[in-house]
Design a protein around this ligand. Structure first.
Ligand SMILES: Cc1cc2nc3c(=O)[nH]c(=O)nc-3n(C[C@H](O)[C@H](O)[C@H](O)COP(=O)(O)OP(=O)(O)OC[C@H]3O[C@@H](n4cnc5c(N)ncnc54)[C@H](O)[C@@H]3O)c2cc1C
Length: 291
């Protein structure tokens, strides 16, 4: 018989517990299903929710009624760490999000709150938020340990789902949490029907996840995490290169298109060895879930 101890010490017994406790996964760790994770297995994001009248939001973001918008920004917001920023436009609030790999924030001495303040004070962002009132401040980690850190997914009377099970791939997390939650529920029904909650029956859950469409992507991402730990400057160099290309491309000068292309190529080669740039882009696109 499994079960949980809830607030106040009351014990609830059951045949099966599904752990869906999010990225920190202390219970998963305590149950011995995974080891202690390092800071480089997480990203940390902070968010402020800022309210503004709906009409002002529609004008500033060029929205129709009931429309929302998501703007992702790489480069400036994470201040050299591998991470990003975002503006999520809701009905009558705007969420400002920024963060990056936890170990890099620590190593570079970057405080998430300062990153957020710096991001909000950028002239292009400031004008979007002007007159807004801060309603909430939140912080959340995302498990980025990838394939190698997926815990044991089932044990006696236990299944692990969602972030606690490291079910993150590129930009996908919410849907994988729901899908693994559904698989866990279906496995529980199967065990209930058979009246057998042994690890053999519960292993059907693990098999389903291993054969799922998303496991292939999670496996593909494992080299990306390793690459970014080795080349922590990769994100910075990608965004610098992209900015340089865009600036040169759109600059109006008295040069031919050919001369322009040659200059852009020369600039790219100056930043770092060309193949490193190609590699950085490949892993960057993988990390952003584009490839
Ligand atoms: C900034 C940010 C941006 C994101 N963007 C995207 C995106 O664009 N697309 C996407 O798909 N995903 C995204 N995600 C990831 C997504 O939010 C998560 O993958 C998803 O919420 C995981 O769901 P979960 O139920 O596993 O965990 P959670 O949503 O973290 O829920 C776990 C719950 O368990 C509770 N809990 C923990 N321990 C205990 C305990 N001992 N007892 C009782 N309750 C407990 C927690 O309080 C929490 O409510 C993003 C996450 C962040 C932080």
């Amino acid at each position: 018989m499994a079960g949980v101890v809830i607030d106040g010490g009351e014990k609830l017994y059951s045949d099966l517990v599904i752990l869906a406790e999010g990225s920190s996964a202390f219970l998963t760790e305590k149950a011995g299903l995974r080891g202690k994770l390092e800071a480089n297995s997480f990203t940390l994001y902070v968010k402020e929710v800022i309210s503004l009248p709906r009409g002002v939001i529609e004008d500033r973001f060029n929205l129709e009624k009931e429309e929302g918008s998501i703007i992702g920004i790489i480069g400036y917001p994470a201040s050299g760490a591998i991470g990003k920023g975002g503006i999520w436009v809701n009905r009558d609030t705007i969420s400002i999000v920024v963060g990056g790999y936890l170990n890099q924030l620590v190593d570079k001495g970057l405080s998430p709150y300062h990153l957020l303040t710096r991001f909000k004070q950028h002239p292009l962002i400031q004008r979007l938020l002007e007159g807004g009132k801060v309603e909430e401040y939140q912080a959340h980690t995302i498990p980025k340990g990838g394939y190698k850190n997926i815990p044991k997914l089932n044990d006696y009377g236990l299944l692990v789902a969602g972030d606690a099970a490291m079910m993150i791939s590129g930009r996908r997390g919410t849907d994988l949490a729901m899908i693994t939650g559904k698989y866990a529920g279906e496995t529980a029904s199967q065990a209930w029907a058979k009246g057998d909650f042994s690890p053999e029956i519960l292993s059907a859950y693990q098999t389903r996840i291993k054969n799922s469409f998303f496991m292939e992507d999670i496996k593909k991402g494992k080299n990306t995490q390793k690459y970014f730990q080795e080349y922590s400057d990769a994100d910075f160099l990608i965004t610098k290169t992209l900015n340089n290309i865009a600036r040169e491309y759109f600059k109006v000068e008295l040069t031919s298109e050919n001369e322009k292309r040659e200059k852009i190529l020369k600039d790219i080669k100056i930043i770092q060895p060309f193949f490193k740039t190609i590699n950085d882009f490949y892993h960057g696109f993988n990390n952003w879930g584009v490839l």
